[in-house]
Design a protein around this ligand. Structure first.
Ligand code: ZN
Ligand code: ZN
Length: 422
């Protein structure tokens, strides 16, 4: 029986991977420009970390985690997101005692057992940034400006930035009561999950993915009316800083986060062009997270972007700056007896930094030429009787079809010179 890749996973084949390289370079380059450095955490962690750091009552933890026991009966989970692992690493290495804020970025595969559909996979990829150790609203603005810069550099300037403040535990308390008062009379219209959770955590109803839950609670009071002085000021500075930097945003009262460790700034980015799954990422402040993960009271803010969604958006632009990396030079062997000389030439060119290849299937000279064209080689170099006897190499420009003979000793320099035209 043929074994196929598991449902919800996929191969990124070499003729697609250049797009990934392009996006990853933009992501890393921009984050580093803003002073963020890369962190790499394990793909799996103790299950408990995500229960605490993502939230025991969330869909991610209750329904979507890839959890397994290892041979020592420990419960481990493939990471469903990146922030909890960063918080764990900060605590584990006592980085809260060092230079603050700690500014990190990460990229890699995440895992969620979800119904696969276009742009959504069980192994998917995220890029994220996290800044721990400052409550400054200017840091919130910096993180959002970084996100905006990434989108601009990818050519995705037609995005919508949704922004809100979800307050702090003290101002949310009063709001929670108001919301419960509003929901109670219409609770029969809610989905099963919301009927259970609205008493304890009414904000989760606003967060619910079931559309009828939103319809049931129309006209609900908004959190922005209940923000305390500190949260109000914080939000005003974030907005002012974005405005001063020419960033357009939409204040969105529907943008809430149902978990206690989320505080103040919350944001999401949508790209309308890519359809129903238009949200390509989001983030916010999570001042209670590190404490909930067993660490000190260390504030934090960050965001994550879905790379598959970014790819969809970039592809819909038909971005011409993205093209596959091919070979530059191809060495054609005119006669079997010169294989050794050809191998030396290939090696020399590669050592000089020229992407070079040759045939390994005993093809005729003609077939080798076709092969070189398919590989996208710019130049073909011939090794035959004439060349060996005359101590030169014939070089053919694949586009102009011009040929020239170049002394064997000067070959790498000359090839480099010719490649400057490409
Ligand atoms: Zn507050
Ligand atoms: Zn619901």
């Amino acid at each position: 029986m043929q074994v196929k890749a598991p449902r919800g996973t996929y191969d990124i084949l070499p003729d697609q991977v250049h797009k990934w390289h392009y996006i990853e370079e933009v992501l890393k380059g921009t984050a580093e420009l803003y002073g963020y450095r890369e962190v790499r955490t394990p793909i799996f962690e103790h299950t408990e970390l995500f229960e605490r750091g993502v939230g025991e009552s969330t869909d991610i933890v209750t329904k979507e985690m890839y959890t397994f026991s290892d041979k020592s009966k420990r419960s481990l989970t493939l990471r469903p997101e990146g922030t909890a692992s960063c918080a764990r690493a900060i605590i584990e290495h006592s980085l809260y005692n060092g230079l603050l804020p700690v500014k990190w970025y990460y990229t890699g595969p995440m895992f969620r057992y979800d119904r696969p559909q276009t742009g959504r996979y069980r192994q998917f990829h995220q890029f994220g940034v996290e800044a721990f150790g400052s409550t400054s609203p200017y840091l919130d603005a910096e993180v959002i400006l970084l996100l905006v810069e990434i989108l601009n550099r990818l050519g995705l300037s037609e995005f919508e930035l949704h922004l809100n403040s979800v307050g702090c535990p003290s101002c949310r308390e009063e709001y929670r009561h108001k919301l419960i008062q509003h929901i109670t009379p219409v609770k029969d219209g809610l989905c099963k999950d919301c009927q259970v959770r609205y008493q304890q955590n009414p904000l989760r109803v606003l967060d619910c993915k079931v559309a009828t839950c939103h319809e049931a609670i129309t006209g609900y009071p908004t959190l922005s009316e209940y923000l305390c002085g500190e949260c109000r000021d914080h939000y005003a500075i974030v907005r002012e800083t974005l405005e001063q930097n020419g960033v357009k945003y939409i204040h969105d009262d529907n943008l809430v986060r149902g978990l206690d460790y989320y505080t103040k700034t919350a944001f999401e980015v949508h790209i309308p062009d890519i359809g129903a799954q238009s949200a390509i990422g989001g983030g916010g402040r999570y001042d209670g997270l590190v404490r909930d993960c067993g660490g000190p009271d260390l504030p934090g803010i960050g965001f994550a972007l879905g790379i598959e969604r970014l790819l969809l958006a970039v592809e819909s632009l038909k971005s011409s700056c993205v093209r596959p990396v091919g070979i530059e030079a191809f060495v054609t062997v005119m006669d079997d007896k010169y294989e050794l000389q050809a191998a030396r030439l290939v090696n020399e060119l590669r050592q000089a930094g020229i992407r070079t290849d040759k045939d390994y299937s005993g093809k005729s000279a003609r077939a080798q030429m076709k092969y070189a064209a398919k590989l996208g080689a710019y130049l073909t170099l011939f090794v035959g009787d004439e060349e060996i006897n005359g101590d030169f190499i014939t070089i053919r420009d694949m586009q102009s079809k011009k040929q020239e003979q170049v002394a064997r000793d000067h070959i790498t320099d000359h090839v480099k010179l010719l490649l400057q035209n490409y």
